[in-house]
Design a protein around this ligand. Structure first.
Ligand code: AVJ
Ligand code: FE
Length: 444
């Protein structure tokens, strides 16, 4: 897929060390998320939308075994007998608690045994020559997979009732922004990537996309702004909702974001087991696509398309080039963005001025996943790789694209090109949004 020039022995060693580091970091997080609760909490279902935590853990190990022990390593299977139990396409999440799953101790033993073999495979692997190992792709894919499930496990923690099990310091305070919206002038840009070594198939290939001028919110929509929509009767005014959105709002009885409640006139919410007043300047979380879309219409605006989002996040008008990240080509760290579950919440709107895009928009990476107006589909020239079940089977109008990553994504699973997707009714994911409006009128 990607053709990298032949690696020197030293480059191979550096890459190997990097792989070991991202795998180890992912495992530390999986361990922390599963050690935080007792065996009962690991095996029970906290929501019909989610797997038991112990399923995620063994599924992480099983994917690692399939790709790195068996395929890349060419080694004998560790537990071929459990492949079917941990195949996400064989059993719906709602049915997983009733399966004869590995218990907590067995699952921990299994993932450790697989990892020991993988580190041995890594020691001996030649990281080029075969597409799957070129640039250590399969290892990067598995590290991302574990981190993606860690984010899913964190969403299960948020759904879980009972005493708090997780702790984190508060995020940095918010900053003022010069203007509520930024202009992204007209013009084509290069979307997607053909060079990012660990980009997944749906991010490829790079291709040119024309984009009309538009304005984009400088920051994600805040809880305070969202509360105004609610208090203005937004949930009861059919004008703001699409047909399908209104139908869902009625059927599901939506009146506020998931986890929100009222104490008198004050909006409150539950955050990882703690009840608290909403923070007005924090990006709103746990809204469905339908709610985000309705809010935007109420505000006289719309959701950005996926191409608009990516142009705002990556295009540098000074060079005409597309950056890896809003701030440039450096990997994310805490000076640029709220990623890596350093905190258990998004940072206030306007935070991370150092991570702003050339257009001036902030917090495009990290904090909250941002719903876009776009359906999840293939880029021109898409090729499913290395397996159809990562992306291709989900392409179609029933899924909407989310961009940018939340406070719960790890740096390895978060890029300016990274694409996430979900059903427009979903709210348990760490999703918010920002709004846009077309710019033609002003420029004419
Ligand atoms: C990309 C987050 C939609 O969790 O369903 C995990 C990632 N794919 N295991 C998901 C994924 C296979 C996927 N999302
Ligand atoms: Fe998975």
């Amino acid at each position: 897929m990607t053709t990298t020039p032949d690696l020197t022995a030293m480059e191979q060693e550096k890459l190997r060390a990097h792989v070991a580091e991202v795998l180890t970091r992912a495992r530390a997080r999986s361990t922390a998320l599963t050690d935080a609760v007792d065996d009962h909490d690991l095996t029970r279902q906290h929501s019909r939308l989610m797997s038991p935590l112990v399923w995620d853990l063994a599924h992480i190990g099983n994917q690692e075994e399939l790709w790195l022990v068996r395929d890349v390593g060419g080694r004998d299977p560790v537990r071929q007998d459990i492949d079917e139990l941990y195949d996400a396409f064989k059993h719906a999440r709602v049915d997983r608690p009733a399966l004869p799953l590995l218990g907590p101790a067995e699952a921990r033993g299994y993932v450790t045994e697989v990892r020991d073999k993988v580190l041995d495979v890594l020691d001996h692997a030649v990281l080029e020559g075969r597409p799957l190992v070129e640039g250590a792709f399969a290892f990067g894919m598995i590290a991302q997979h574990e981190q993606q499930h860690d984010e899913t496990m964190l969403a299960t923690h948020q759904l879980r009732a009972g005493a708090p099990a997780l702790d984190a310091p508060p995020p940095p305070r918010g900053r003022r922004v010069p203007a509520a919206e930024v202009l992204v002038p007209a013009g084509p840009f290069t979307m997607g990537t053909s060079t990012e070594p660990w980009a997944l198939d749906n991010e490829r290939p790079a291709h040119t996309v024309p984009v009309a001028p538009f304005y984009l919110d400088t920051t994600p929509v805040t809880c305070g702004a969202y509360a105004e929509f609610i208090d203005d009767g937004g949930y009861d005014d059919r004008r703001w909702w699409t047909g399908a959105g209104w139908e869902h709002r009625q059927k599901a009885g939506l009146t506020a974001p998931l986890y929100w409640g009222r104490e008198g006139r004050q909006w409150t919410r539950r955050v990882f087991g703690r009840q608290e007043p909403i923070t007005p300047n924090e990006p709103v979380l746990h809204v469905s696509w339908y709610e985000a879309d309705a809010y935007a219409r109420w505000a006289g605006r719309r959701l950005p398309t996926e191409a608009e989002w990516e142009k705002a996040a990556r295009f540098d008008p000074a060079t005409g080039l597309t950056r890896r990240y809003p701030w440039g080509n450096a990997d994310p760290d805490t000076s640029y963005a709220n990623v890596g579950q350093a905190f258990l919440r998004p940072a206030p709107a306007g935070s991370y001025p150092g991570g702003a895009a050339p257009c001036g928009a902030r917090q495009l990476i990290g904090d909250v996943w941002e719903w876009t107006s776009s359906d999840f589909g293939p880029y021109p020239g898409f090729e499913a790789w290395p397996y159809k079940e990562y992306s291709e089977v989900f392409f179609g109008p029933e899924y909407k694209v989310l961009r940018g990553g939340s406070f719960a994504v790890s740096a390895v699973a978060c890029r300016g090109t990274f694409r996430n997707w979900d059903y427009p009714i979903r709210r348990q994911i760490f999703a918010g949004f920002r709004t846009a409006r077309s710019g033609e009128a002003e420029l004419a």
